[in-house]
Design a protein around this ligand. Structure first.
Ligand code: SF4
Length: 381
C-alpha cells in the first residue's frame, strides 16, 4: 500500500456507501487501484506534495502538448521531475568541503606542476566571449572528435596536429594554476577540449586551484557521467560560483553519433544534467551547434528546461556550409540536410516559438539573423 493525495474531489463507492474524497486528503491504496485514479488525474503520489503539484501538473501538460507523451508517460516523467526537485532541495541544505584525500591529491599535483598559468583573456565579444572573460585549457586534443570542431580545424591549420585523427589523441600539458589571481570575470574551463576521464584528475586539481582563489567558472562539456559525478562530489562548497553548461545540440541520437562520434550519448548527457541539478548546482545548456532544425530545437528546450536553473543557449553550426564539400559522401549528406534545416527562415521560426521565454538565449549566429530580419522588415528588435 502506498500513500496518495487527492488532486480533485471525487466520489467513490465504499463498504458504507458512497464517499466523497476531498482535495488534499491522504489515501492509502494498492498500486493497481491507484493506477486508474492517477490516469484520470484524480490523485497523485503523496511524496509529490501539494506544494509541488503545480510543477507536476505543468510538466505533465508540457510533455503531452509539446512532446507528444501519452497521459501515463507524461505523469511518470512529471513524477521524476518532482523527485529531482526534492533531491535538489535536500542537497542544498548542506555543503561538503573537498575531502582530505582529494586535497592531498591537489597538493601533490601542485608540487609537481611546473608549467605556466593557462588562463588567458578572451578579447572577442562573441563565441566564448558571450559566456566568460577568460578561458582555461589544460591539454591538446579531444577524443570526442566532433566533425565541426573549431579547435581541431585551427590546430590542423597551424600544424599543431596532423589532422582530425591525431586531434583525437589527448595530451595533458604541464601547467600550473596554484595561487592564481582572482580574475575580474568568469573563466570558461575548458574551451578547446573536454573533461574526458583522461583529463579528469588534472581538471579537478586545476578547478580547485581556480575556485579557491575566488573565481567564477563556467564548466562547458559534453559530459561524461564519471567526470560529472566526481566533480559534483568534491565541489559542493563552490556551488554558487560554478555553473555546469552541458552541450546538447539535438535529440536525434543517430545525428549526434554522426556529428560527435566520440562524445557521450544523449542519455548520458541527460543523466549528467539531472545529476548536477539534483546535487544543487547551477545548470545550463548549450545547444550550439544545434544538430537539427527548429522543430527539434523546440523539443529540446521543452525536454531540458526544468533541469536548467540558468539559460539554454541556441546557436547554428557555423561550418556546415564548408562541410558540404567534404570528400566523404556521408558527411556531405548530413551537412546538406543540416544546412537546409538552418536557413534564416527556419531559424526565425524557432525564434518565433521560443523568443521571450525567460531562460532562452540566442548565440551570435542567431542574433545576426534576428537583426537581419528586423532590418528588412524595418523594425527594431
Ligand atoms: S567536444 Fe569540443 S573540443 Fe572536443 S572535439 Fe567536440 S567540439 Fe572539439
Amino acid at each position: 500500500m502506498h500513500k496518495y493525495i487527492v488532486r480533485s474531489a471525487f466520489t467513490a463507492k465504499s463498504p458504507t456507501g458512497d464517499r466523497t474524497m476531498k482535495k488534499g486528503e491522504a489515501l492509502c491504496l494498492s498500486c493497481s487501484k491507484a493506477a486508474s485514479l492517477i490516469s484520470r488525474g484524480l490523485i497523485v503520489d503523496a511524496h509529490i506534495g501539494l506544494d509541488l503539484l503545480d510543477k507536476y501538473e505543468t510538466r505533465a501538460k508540457v510533455l503531452m502538448e509539446k512532446l507528444g507523451y501519452s497521459q501515463g508517460g507524461a505523469q511518470t516523467e512529471a513524477v521524476q521531475l518532482v523527485n529531482s526537485c526534492l533531491k535538489r532541495h535536500e542537497s542544498m541544505k548542506s555543503t561538503r568541503s573537498p575531502g582530505a584525500e582529494f586535497l592531498a591529491k591537489v597538493e601533490e599535483f601542485n608540487r609537481n606542476a611546473t608549467g605556466k598559468n593557462p588562463i588567458t583573456k578572451v578579447d572577442a565579444e562573441t563565441g566564448v566571449g558571450e559566456w566568460a572573460g577568460y578561458r582555461c585549457n589544460i591539454g591538446h586534443g579531444c577524443s570526442h572528435g566532433c566533425l565541426y570542431c573549431y579547435a581541431e580545424k585551427m590546430a590542423t591549420r597551424f600544424k599543431r596536429v596532423d589532422g582530425a585523427e591525431e586531434w583525437r589523441e589527448e595530451v595533458l600539458q604541464d601547467l600550473s594554476t596554484e595561487g592564481c589571481k582572482k580574475y575580474d570575470s568568469a573563466i570558461m574551463f575548458p574551451t578547446s577540449h573536454d573533461i574526458t576521464p583522461n583529463y579528469l584528475d588534472a581538471y579537478q586539481c586545476h578547478l580547485y586551484n581556480i575556485l579557491s582563489s575566488g573565481n567564477r567558472v563556467v564548466l562547458v562539456s559534453k559530459p561524461h557521467r564519471e567526470s560529472i559525478e566526481a566533480i559534483c562530489a568534491e565541489f559542493s562548497s563552490f556551488r554558487d560560483v560554478l555553473t555546469f553548461r552541458f552541450t546538447i545540440g539535438g535529440i536525434d541520437t543517430t545525428a549526434m553519433r554522426h556529428w560527435e562520434p566520440g562524445a557521450p550519448a544523449l542519455a548520458e548527457r541527460l543523466d549528467c544534467l539531472k545529476h548536477a541539478f539534483e546535487a544543487g548546482y547551477r545548470t545550463s545548456v548549450s545547444a550550439e551547434p544545434m544538430l537539427g532544425g527548429s522543430e527539434e530545437a523546440e523539443k529540446l528546450y521543452y525536454m531540458l528546461e526544468p533541469y536548467a536553473t540558468e539559460d539554454l543557449w541556441f546557436g547554428k553550426m557555423n561550418m556546415v556550409g564548408g562541410l558540404r564539400k567534404n570528400q566523404d559522401p556521408e558527411i556531405v549528406r548530413y551537412a546538406t540536410e543540416l544546412y537546409n534545416l538552418q536557413t534564416d527562415e527556419e531559424i526565425m521560426e524557432l525564434v518565433e516559438k521560443l523568443d521571450g521565454l525567460s531562460k532562452v538565449q540566442w548565440k551570435d549566429s542567431v542574433k545576426e539573423i534576428i537583426e537581419k530580419a528586423a532590418q528588412s522588415s524595418g523594425t527594431e528588435k
